[in-house]
Ligand binder design. Sequence first.
Ligand SMILES: CCCCCCCC(=O)SCCNC(=O)CCNC(=O)[C@H](O)C(C)(C)COP(=O)(O)OP(=O)(O)OC[C@H]1O[C@@H](n2cnc3c(N)ncnc32)[C@H](O)[C@@H]1OP(=O)(O)O
Length: 217
Amino acid sequence: MQFTLEDITADEVERRMAVYGPLADTVRDLIDAVIRTEVDETVVTEANARLTAVVESLRANQIDGAFGVRHTAEGIGMPWGNAVIGLRNAIAPPLQVLKHPDGLVTADFTLGAAYEGPPGCVHGGVCAMLLDHVLGQAGSADDVPCYTGTLKMRYLRPTRLGPLHAEAIITEREGRKKIVRGAISDADGETVTAEGVFIVPKDWAGVMPESARIPPR
Ligand SMILES: CCCCCCCC(=O)SCCNC(=O)CCNC(=O)[C@H](O)C(C)(C)COP(=O)(O)OP(=O)(O)OC[C@H]1O[C@@H](n2cnc3c(N)ncnc32)[C@H](O)[C@@H]1OP(=O)(O)O
């Protein structure tokens, strides 16, 4: 598992974000539209033909495999394929995770039709995925990255699709292990709580170069 140096300027990062962010936003909108459309089926078939052509145009030149986690020499993270926060990943909500001075990390986001499990509610696995990431970023808030070792979820009540809040913080440390706790809440309070053991890998310094220790945004 390696992080990749991409030696570009901050301006170039911004420029690329302005190109790929809107594309992923449109595809995210497309996913929602495909789930909810009630148009005539001939329109659906035509849309599929146009989309197939778009996919072909994008695949004319592409990388092998996944995007990876790239960073600039200045330490700007570009985890753009990430399933939770990836700028280029239309499957990601995407979460904008904020890091507060006391170590708390928070994210406010809205989940729509693409994240449904029980009727009108968020899929339990989606809650686990989002909390895994938010707890992971809280565990890494001291700039020493850690990986999920164990993650326990408690589903208190169904999480309705719509506006939600997630937060997490390190509550205990023991050597390379950090216990991180967090929750997803709606307007009426917590719906899912999570507790995880996050572990700094033995060889983390080799895995993540000094220049990349600023957590990905
Ligand atoms: C900044 C961005 C944040 C994003 C966060 C996103 C979170 C993620 O999704 S990470 C991906 C999912 N997680 C993974 O793929 C991790 C896969 N596992 C691993 O890489 C390794 O097993 C790893 C790093 C967790 C531990 O490996 P290693 O460093 O060799 O641990 P090891 O030396 O055996 O054990 C260290 C301590 O941790 C404990 N431990 C090891 N594995 C686990 C585990 N799975 N659960 C709980 N405790 C564990 C050991 O018991 C030991 O404890 P103690 O010091 O008290 O004896």
